[in-house]
Design a binder for this molecule. Structure first.
Ligand SMILES: [Zn+2]
Ligand SMILES: [Zn+2]
Length: 346
């Protein structure tokens, strides 16, 4: 089969590799119907994720059709249309039993396209198939559910749920990339009073307004702290979400939050950020971090099936799977191409 293979920092190739096969009784083999590229894949290609070995097939988000299951798999069978979750989970360890699948102690967590071969290929082996695959409800298209593999549960669990969003709250989301937008879209499920999108890219801010933000602040030209204080009678935002992953934006979030509020960090950080405890100790704020557990995936699937959540607006570019090298070029220069998520169909 063909797969997108990582060959060390800056090097990738769409090439012929061996077909995956069942290795354990709880495995499934899934034919990829639709997949996408994640910001995390770009981090890997920059060499920021040294745990990825050369020769690894990338990708951790897809919709596919089951072609074969191991003898221990009970919940899916050949022919089923499935959403492949970015998180694998044994379902039995101490963390899985707490619903913290991202921390699975038995070889689960974020392993697809990281520690084992991923979804940017014609076929993929999915371990712990009973837990990592979700049957796609009848009548839904691949594109309607594709972004439930990662960005929507990430925005919802790590931004909205960790951030304690309540009806009437003022929410500020710093960073209007795919995950920031997913946080904006799913924040609406909790009935906030006002959602403020903050970014330095006008195109992304316009998309944020289309996906549910009420106010945009371009912090390339505007003072985000002053604007948010103005909008909140000098209090600050109830919940601030960090969806960039650099020290400056994290520190900005701690200036935007009101006393008693929440800072929910979603961004993937590669460098230390300063925690200004000299200013924050007195403010009773809560700071949360996390990697998505995907415990909300069944809920989000239901909301999509009921027409309450439409994530198709994330897709800006569409390609055949064999055109994945072109898709990477467009996605890695998202700003000039006005790209959000690319959809690759097999
Ligand atoms: Zn992803
Ligand atoms: Zn586990």
């Amino acid at each position: 089969m063909q797969a997108l293979v990582y060959h060390g920092p800056g090097e990738k190739k769409w090439e012929s590799v061996g077909d995956p096969g069942i290795e354990s009784a709880d495995d499934a083999i899934v034919k990829i119907d639709t997949t996408t590229i994640c910001g995390t894949d770009l981090h890997i290609l920059k060499g920021d994720v040294p745990t990825v070995d050369e020769g690894r097939t990338l990708g951790h988000e897809a919709v596919g059709t089951v072609v074969e299951v191991g003898s221990g798999v009970r919940s899916v069978e050949a022919g089923d249309k499935v959403l492949i979750s970015c998180i694998s989970a044994c379902g039995r360890c101490a963390y899985c039993k707490r619903g913290m699948y991202s921390q699975c102690l038995n070889g689960g967590g974020w392993i697809l396209g990281h520690l084992i071969n991923g979804t940017q290929a014609e076929y993929v082996r999915i371990p712990f198939a009973d837990n990592g695959l979700y049957k796609v409800p009848e009548g839904l298209t691949d594109e309607q559910v594709l972004f439930l593999a990662d960005i929507l549960p990430t925005g919802f669990e790590i931004g909205v749920m960790n951030g304690g969003v309540k009806p009437g709250d003022t929410i500020a989301v710093v960073g209007a990339g795919p995950v920031g937008l997913a946080a904006i879209m799913t924040a609406k499920l909790h009935g906030p009073g006002r959602v403020i999108a903050i970014d330095m890219d006008g195109g992304r801010l316009d998309r944020a307004m289309k996906l549910g933000a009420d106010t945009k602040i371009n912090n390339a030209s505007e003072n985000a702290v002053e604007k948010v204080m103005e909008l909140t009678d000098g209090l600050g935002a109830d919940t601030v979400m960090e969806a960039v992953g650099i020290p400056e934006t994290f520190e900005l979030c701690t200036e935007l939050v009101r006393p008693g509020g929440h800072v929910a960090n979603i961004g993937v950080h590669g460098a230390p950020a300063t925690l200004h405890l000299e200013a924050l100790w007195i403010k009773s704020i809560t700071i949360t971090t996390g990697l998505v557990d995907t415990h909300s995936t069944p809920t989000l699937l239901k909301l999509v099936a009921e027409g309450r959540l439409d994530s198709t607006a994330f897709a800006t570019h569409r390609y055949g799977l064999g055109e994945i090298m072109d898709a990477y070029d467009v996605f890695s220069d998202a700003a000039s191409n006005d790209a959000m998520k690319v959809v690759l169909s097999n």
